[in-house]
Design a protein around this ligand. Structure first.
Ligand SMILES: *[C@@H]1O[C@H](CO)[C@@H](O)[C@H](O)[C@H]1NC(C)=O
Ligand SMILES: *[C@@H]1O[C@H](CO)[C@@H](O)[C@H](O)[C@H]1NC(C)=O
Ligand SMILES: *[C@@H]1O[C@H](CO)[C@@H](O)[C@H](O)[C@H]1NC(C)=O
Ligand SMILES: *[C@@H]1O[C@H](CO)[C@@H](O)[C@H](O)[C@H]1NC(C)=O
Ligand SMILES: *[C@@H]1O[C@H](CO)[C@@H](O)[C@H](O)[C@H]1NC(C)=O
Length: 599
């Protein structure tokens, strides 16, 4: 999810256009994890679940070859071809504008992890559609990286499906505002890491850049751009479901995927068989383009870093101090010092500045995924205090190897992230185009949350967007769905507060909010067997948790290690084989964290 656009890269000093593939290995622990970059071109990293249920280790398998999507002949029915590892791919033709069904077409890249049971068996339960957030996140990348683990949670009865939403990645026509990767990368160069007021003229710079991007978007538009929105994507989902021969949807959407899911449920209430929205945004706030209700619990999430570190002790949390308030103070000291004096860093593979903006962005991103990020963040902060900024710098730049420029236009379909801006700005109400409004908005927002510095670009970034007619669905989110929907919220989610899940639930008759008592963004951020058993039961049997259910998590973000470096789990004696493999899948998901973060 969910947040300020990623239409420009904001990474100084190292932008790769050729090898955006990945790969970060957390070698310090035995967990080797891969990140699928937003821009993976030829290969995609892949995680396998450990065969040995006794360890939490993940093996990094051979990178998977990218499927030649451009050679896949699109069709109005699925023509599945093998792709990646044990997946199937197909491009589906849909109307570009559903109000003009015989007009221009779009193609949607769809990927499937097939069910174990044949479609005509009575065990087969149909497809479950996933959306990984963004907006603009690639469902293909998500499924390639996490489909097997999600399949372990849901069970072998389901086809697990995802897709690159229209405008995104391998779906066409695409949102693409630059003539080449090099051009896009160079535009990204001169902006610091996503901070609106990084300098005194920060707000006006952010505003000025939004004017340029709006202009470029307009120039690149062949008439397709206005159709890249959530309303049309919800219709695409129904087309996908119907191409499977089903009448109703089964869906699990994360982060921005909660807006997509709520939109679908409100537009097609009688087409809901199962629908979970997880990491729930306030869709009304999203569609009014305010981005003002995301940060209600961000400080609470940060507080869990401090208290978790205290509880873990210096062995498991390198930035330890005896009191949470001391750790907070120590962090503030670092931030203040970086504001005055950025640190030049050269690592084996990269170089750049470690500055206030970069650290602030890294912390917020870390709050999305405590089980992946808290321990490395603590180590990075403590190394910095000890005089070594490299650990922290590497955390801030997990995805990009050194800049490599191939100045030709890309030939194959792979992900670029211009679509995020297209979806957000098209979906939301028009943002006033003048600088004064941007400044006024920021001044108000920063009083509500210190994280507004990182977040305000969500709205200001749309201030130069072309003015298209706004006649798509923007609410209301009120429906009597054909099966009650399930909403999941974490108690300390940094960008989708539990409040929003409760608010959205009120519009959907008989819906239930399941609370996961954890920090992190979306349920997959923290390993809770309880939560995922409810998810499975919902999909398999249609059963909702009792209203008011609160699920706890099974481990801490600061686990102790055994002597050989393995993570220790308090695994229950009484776990069944199924629970055990489910737990390992959930744990692996919290470590790899597949939800699309916007910066
Ligand atoms: C979609 O098509 C309908 C019917 O032709 C048209 O009225 C509408 O303006 C189109 N939508 C957009 C966003 O152009
Ligand atoms: C950003 O805004 C906040 C709140 O107004 C202020 O405290 C901070 O100094 C600003 N940063 C810069 C670099 O101007
Ligand atoms: C953190 O705070 C404690 C208590 O104020 C202090 O003793 C310690 O030196 C600080 N550590 C760092 C790394 O700043
Ligand atoms: C909600 O669903 C119940 C049946 O489960 C129905 O009796 C009631 O009228 C519905 N409420 C609304 C507002 O549709
Ligand atoms: C709401 O949906 C339920 C279940 O489909 C149905 O029984 C009920 O009549 C609906 N209520 C309204 C007001 O449409």
């Amino acid at each position: 999810m969910l947040g300020p656009p990623k239409a420009e890269h904001r990474r100084t000093g190292m932008m790769s256009t050729r090898m955006r593939q990945l790969v970060l290995m957390g070698v310090a622990t035995i967990i080797c994890y891969t990140l699928i970059s937003f821009n993976s071109r030829n290969f995609i990293g892949h995680l396998s679940r450990p065969k040995d249920a006794g360890t939490a280790g993940l093996r990094l398998t051979v990178p998977q070859r990218e499927y030649p999507w451009e050679e896949d002949i699109p069709s109005t029915t699925f023509q599945w071809k093998p792709c990646y590892t044990r997946k199937q791919c197909s491009r589906l033709i849909v109307p570009l504008n559903y109000s003009d069904p015989y007009g221009e077409k779009a193609t949607i890249a769809v990927i499937k992890k097939p069910a174990l049971f044949p479609v005509d068996s009575k065990e087969y339960k149909g497809p479950v559609l996933l959306n990984p957030g963004g907006p603009g996140g690639s469902g293909v990348n998500f499924l390639v990286g996490s489909g097997d683990m999600i399949g372990t949670i849901l069970g072998p009865q389901f086809d697990i499906i995802s897709f690159d939403p229209r405008g995104v990645g391998r779906s066409t026509p695409r949102a693409s505002f630059f003539k080449s990767d090099a051009e896009r990368a160079l535009w990204g160069e001169d902006i610091s890491f996503g901070l609106v007021n990084n300098s005194v003229e920060g707000v006006s710079r952010t505003w000025a850049r939004a004017q340029i991007v709006g202009k470029l978007a307009e120039e690149s538009d062949t008439g397709h751009l206005r159709h890249i929105n959530t309303d049309q994507t919800a219709r695409d989902m129904l087309t996908i479901v119907e191409a499977f021969g089903q009448r109703k949807i089964q869906y699990w959407g994360f982060s921005y995927g909660s807006v997509l899911g709520a939109t679908f449920a409100a537009m097609f209430p009688d087409k809901v068989h199962r629908l979970i929205i997880d990491g729930v945004a306030d869709s009304e706030d999203y569609y009014s383009n305010l981005w003002s209700k995301n940060l209600l619990d961000t400080d609470k999430a940060l507080q869990t870093f401090f208290t978790g570190c205290v509880a873990a002790g210096p062995e498991s949390c390198a930035f330890h101090a005896p009191k949470a308030s001391d750790i907070a103070k120590n962090l503030t000291t670092i931030l203040d010092s970086l504001r005055k004096q950025p640190i030049p860093v050269r690592t084996e593979s990269a170089y750049g500045l470690l500055d206030y903006a970069r650290l602030k962005g890294t912390i917020l991103r870390g709050l999305y995924s405590p089980y992946r990020s808290f321990q490395p963040l603590a180590k990075g902060l403590s190394d910095l205090v000890a005089g070594d900024p490299k650990t922290l710098f590497k955390l801030a730049e997990p995805m990009l190897p050194l800049f490599e420029c191939s100045c030709d236009s890309p030939k194959n379909l792979r992900e670029i992230n211009d679509a995020a801006k297209a979806i957000m700005c098209n979906d939301g109400d028009d943002v006033p185009g003048d600088l004064e409004s941007a400044q006024k908005f920021f001044d108000t927002f920063i009083k509500e949350s210190q994280w507004a510095e990182v977040w305000a670009d969500g709205r200001i970034g749309c201030s130069g967007w072309p003015k298209f007619p706004k006649n798509h669905f923007q609410g209301p989110f009120i429906a009597n769905t054909s099966h009650p929907i399930l909403l999941i919220g974490n108690t300390a989610d940094p960008v989708t507060p539990l409040w929003a899940a409760k608010k959205m639930s009120r519009g959907f008759n008989n819906s239930v909010v399941l609370t996961q008592d954890s920090p992190g963004h979306c349920s997959l951020a923290a390993p809770s067997l309880c939560t995922q058993q409810h998810v499975r039961d919902y999909f398999l049997n249609g059963v909702l948790p009792k209203p008011g259910t609160i699920c706890s998590v099974s481990t801490t973000p600061f686990p102790r290690k055994t002597l050989d470096g393995e993570e220790q789990f308090p695994l229950g004696q009484a776990m069944t084989e199924e629970e055990r493999s489910m737990f390992h899948a959930i744990h692996a998901l919290s470590k790899t964290y597949p939800i699309t973060a916007p910066f």
